[in-house]
Ligand binder design. Sequence first.
Ligand SMILES: [Ca+2]
Ligand SMILES: [Ca+2]
Length: 245
Amino acid sequence: MVERIGTSCELRPFTSFGQTWYDVYHDRVGEIYSGETYSNAKYKAENDIRCFEKPSPCGNLGDVDNDGFVTQEDALLVANHTVGNIQLTPEQLIRADVNGDGIVSSVDALFIAQYAAGTRSTFPACTSSILTSINITPASKTIGIDKTVQLSAVCKDQNNDVMTCPTLAWSSSNTLVATVSSTGLVTGLKEGTASITASAEGKTGTSVMTVSTTPPPEDKEGKGINPLLMLAIGVGFLYVILKKK
Ligand SMILES: [Ca+2]
Ligand SMILES: [Ca+2]
């Protein structure tokens, strides 16, 4: 069986001596001498070829060293961390917690090793959405004093898919200028600018509020009076006035 996993390796078959053989190319290093251990086997029999370097099943989870692939090197980093040989950075710790239990342990090292070896197809943490971004709309707005505007948030997960936002904490950078309620309703108080922030799970989104005594007119689309109607009313008035004379 020929096994090709991920996008970093390519098998190029050719026929020789009446049999199919394969060259193995790696997109980072070109042609490699490949077998299960990447050594001493430029031409391997079909049932020996494996190409086991592959990207993370979700986001960059498991890719502890952030080189684009989940390999045994990543598992080794986690293993060394759990026994105290090295200290992973906060970013590496996030990528290393592949079972999503909030701690980096030998279980994570095992799961990464299994994924890199092809005996595991995904990580437990991939199935749960991890908040990665909060986007607030409108991103900026000018409002009048004592006027309000309702902000809304769109949250996305590690796959850049929209997810249900966790409970957001709303805050204003200048509560003298504008306040914000727990549901994102902003009230202008005095002239100035305030950044309104929604945050959850270490992620934030912001919207810039400008409070002005002369805010731009509200969008009256759909509510405006048709000019032709205005004209008709004017003509009607004139008719009534003329008729009275
Ligand atoms: Ca890696
Ligand atoms: Ca873990």
